[in-house]
Write a protein that binds this ligand. Structure first.
Ligand SMILES: *[C@@H]1O[C@H](CO)[C@@H](O)[C@H](O)[C@H]1NC(C)=O
Ligand SMILES: *[C@@H]1O[C@H](CO)[C@@H](O)[C@H](O)[C@H]1NC(C)=O
Length: 303
């Protein structure tokens, strides 16, 4: 079995090199959404649990730096192709014209202050923020980053997540299980000092709830949102994402007709109000499927 999986890895690594720089913008199913290490199953633990290292190889960390090299803020992100990273607009909008100071850390599991060294991160070449992104309502909260140099995809620590267009995906169903991952605050406090951050990547299993659901509606109105199709809600009882998880992927597991399982990104962590867990509330994500035209166009502009 082990031998087979090694062969498969090599095969995929070769096939993905072949498919890029040619006509395919995104890795097709078979080259994306694959993890060598199966993520942990559902749990009932409050606030999510530490992920098995590298079971979400598309997850990356995004750090914005001041010119003097001090970290300014951080977010989650995901690898959608070797040269393209998906994140939330609100994570990069203030640094749109300063791509070199936005650094991407792929293949990471442990997180500490020493992680935030500028030279260790991959610099961006271009930052595409959705033209109708609205900071006040977090509508269209999506950005695509074009890296200066490609991420080394090894299908162990790094792999691209499937992008819905590559899989011709149908919309997420109500109550369908989705998984959010990130290094966000665990205390419910927006304090970004290390005392409040997890040291490992955390995962939480949630359910998709419709925008019309009462708690989702309440949340959107508290945040000054209206029910906008570029947003979607996910909910877990006493589970939530939090500050610093922003920009990270919300994914679901799918199966091809041939029985192959893979993961596909459905949302981008955008807003939350109750990560202090005082009462269960859903979180808001940018709806990747709805925003796919912007994502595809950005990749086409800078393949
Ligand atoms: C770097 O610059 C920022 C913003 O000007 C400042 O807040 C920070 O203290 C500086 N860090 C160092 C080490 O000089
Ligand atoms: C953040 O947490 C650190 C360490 O616990 C503390 O020293 C600091 O005062 C806190 N900052 C804010 C703004 O609460």
């Amino acid at each position: 079995m082990k031998f087979i999986s090694v062969v498969l890895t090599v095969f995929l690594a070769v096939s993905i090199n072949k498919s890029f720089g040619q006509d395919e913008l995104f890795p097709p199913v078979g080259s994306c959404g694959i993890t060598n290490i199966e993520p942990k199953e559902s749990t009932r633990i409050v606030n999510g649990i530490a992920a098995t290292p590298h079971s979400f190889p598309w997850q990356c960390l995004l750090v914005g730096f001041f010119t003097n090299g001090t970290a300014k803020h951080y977010c989650g992100c995901s690898i959608i192709s070797p040269r393209h990273i998906l994140t939330a607009a609100h994570c990069v909008v203030d640094m749109k014209n300063d791509p070199d100071n936005v650094r991407i850390y792929p293949g990471l599991h442990y997180f500490s202050a020493s992680t935030l060294i500028k030279d260790n991160g991959l610099p961006c070449r271009e930052i595409f923020v959705h033209g109708s992104y609205a900071a006040s309502s977090l509508n269209n909260d999506v950005a695509v980053l074009r890296l200066k140099t490609a991420v080394q995809i090894d299908y162990e620590k790094t792999a691209p997540i499937c992008y819905p267009l590559a899989t011709n995906a149908d919309a997420v169903k109500v109550n369908e299980e989705v998984i959010a991952t990130g290094w966000g605050s665990m205390s419910g406090s927006p304090n970004r000092t290390s005392a409040h951050r997890p040291t490992e990547l955390m995962q939480v299993r949630l359910k998709h709830v419709p925008n019309s659901q009462t708690d989702c509606k309440k949340l959107t109105s508290i945040l000054g949102f209206i029910d906008q199709p570029a947003k979607m809600c996910a909910y877990g009882e006493w589970k939530s994402v939090c500050f610093g998880d922003s920009g990270g992927p919300l994914i679901r597991k799918r199966t091809t007709n041939g029985g192959q399982t893979y993961y596909e990104q459905v949302g981008i962590m955008s807003g939350t109000i109750d990560c202090s867990f005082t009462k269960p509330m859903p979180d808001i994500y940018a709806n990747v499927r709805y925003l796919s035209k912007f994502i595809t166009d950005s990749v086409k502009k800078s393949p």
